[in-house]
Design a protein around this ligand. Structure first.
Ligand code: AMP
Length: 418
């Protein structure tokens, strides 16, 4: 199938062609016609499947004839709710890319930053509002949001909304919306509460299931290293060197862990930056930009901060800490191997994480290469404690290689982003 078959407005089609999207992804094939036909949709798809374009493209197609010739805007036509700031900003980026040649206007409403510029944009008039639920309700309460002419409501990453405790805010926003709206709900998983929400608030929706969360992408080469917890840092440095890892997201469990790991890498002249909930909005955007521009090699992230991040052609995902929720593993490694590219995931599993790993293996049902041949394997002492016999065979903190790595990598960095 090609994009021409959707009969999109020429300006929209041109913007898509410029992005070099050759064919619609499976979710786009199914969702775009349903939205254009005016149906409510429940899309079960994770990030990386092209789901943002699956709703943004048809919404722009519907919006364009309504607002394209307007000089002033009085009404908001589309509201997109997203659980995180980063995701909201990325959704706007996508609307801007596809709507490059259309005369549509959008604003992102986010908490944690001064509301005045957002209010000013609303006063100027916008067609599309992309918002986190809390700030949306806040500004609605203050009378800055008029939903009288809203015809599309998108709820993105609904399961994460639930995890983050936003679901009641989402319900409030649904209730504020006009009854004749079209509602589009996307979720990587379909927990019971989300199905109930869809039954209650969507009008005879079409259910579209693509790449459910239990199936990890086939084009991601997954490996797991069993390593003593205290040697994880050394193993990571070893892998960065021997596998010549140049750009990766490294997932950690805690904010503190993220900051510490950035320091460890920094001491080895490996440029890394942390992204987590304790960072200000500006710091998070800056970190993401630096990583995207390849000014830093590694983005060290917690799950909440990283969910939904769209980074083109990310070659590698590293699970420095294993997640305790197996679905999170699928979300994490879904950052790589996108849109048909090859990807690699590397997981470090400490003894204390063995049960987590077993849960992950049960969920993904796909082959993961187990690597035991590395300098920091699990200590097999009966009492399970470390012994000098099992000290690392090599300490990468003091090798010449670690010095040469810097110059090698900085050269390679300029050339390669896989
Ligand atoms: P998403 O699932 O919305 O986070 O999208 C993941 C990535 O796929 C983004 O970088 C999009 O730009 C890209 N993408 C979306 N649709 C297509 C397509 N039809 N062909 C190629 N890349 C696409």
């Amino acid at each position: 199938m090609t994009f021409t078959e959707f009969n999109l407005h020429r300006s929209l089609f041109e913007a898509i062609a410029e992005l070099d999207y050759k064919n619609p992804t499976p979710i786009q094939e199914q969702v775009i016609p349903e939205i254009l036909n005016g149906n409510d949709v429940v899309g079960c798809a994770q990030t990386g499947t092209g789901k943002t374009a699956a709703f943004a493209i048809p919404i722009l197609e519907v919006l364009h004839p309504i607002v394209g010739s307007l000089k002033k805007r009085k009404f908001i036509r589309t509201v997109v709710l997203a659980p995180t700031r980063e995701l909201a900003l990325q959704i706007q980026e996508n609307f801007d890319l596809y709507g490059k040649y259309l005369n549509t206007r959008s604003v992102v409403l986010l908490g944690g930053v001064n509301q005045n510029p957002q209010v000013e944009a609303l006063k100027q008039g916008v067609d599309i509002v992309i918002a986190t639920p809390g700030r949306f309700l806040d500004l609605h309460k203050q009378g800055f949001i008029n939903l009288d002419q809203m015809h599309h409501l998108v709820i993105d990453e609904a399961d994460l909304m639930l995890d983050m405790g936003f679901i009641n805010d989402v319900k409030k926003i649904i209730k504020l919306s006009p009854k004749n709206r079209q509602t589009l709900l996307f979720s990587a998983t379909m927990p019971f509460e989300i199905r109930v929400l869809a039954d209650e608030f969507l009008n005879n929706p079409k259910y579209i299931l693509v790449n459910p969360v239990s199936s990890t992408a086939q084009n991601i080469a997954q490996s797991v290293y069993f390593v003593e917890k205290e040697n994880k840092r050394n193993l990571l440095l070893h892998l960065i060197e021997t596998l010549q890892l140049e750009n990766a997201i490294i997932f950690v469990r805690t904010k503190h862990g993220a900051d510490n790991l950035v320091k460890t890498l920094g001491k080895k002249n490996i440029k890394a930056i942390a992204i987590h909930g304790n960072k200000s909005q500006n710091a998070r955007v800056r970190a993401l930009d630096e990583f995207k521009n390849k000014d830093v090699q590694f983005l060290v992230a917690t799950d909440i901060a990283a969910r939904g991040l769209d980074i083109d052609q990310l070659p590698t995902v590293i699970n420095f800490d294993l997640p305790n929720i197996p679905e999170t593993y699928v979300h994490r490694i879904g950052r790589t191997g996108r849109a048909g590219n090859e990807g690699k995931s590397i997981s470090l599993c400490g003894k204390d994480e063995k049960a987590y790993w077993q849960d992950i293996v049960k969920l993904i049902k796909s082959r993961v290469k187990e690597v035991n041949d590395h300098p920091f394997p699990w200590n097999t002492n009966e009492n399970g404690t470390s012994s000098t016999k099992n000290e690392p065979k090599k300490d990468f903190r003091n090798t010449k290689n670690s010095k040469s790595r810097k110059s090698n990598n900085s050269k390679k960095n300029k050339k390669r982003w896989y």
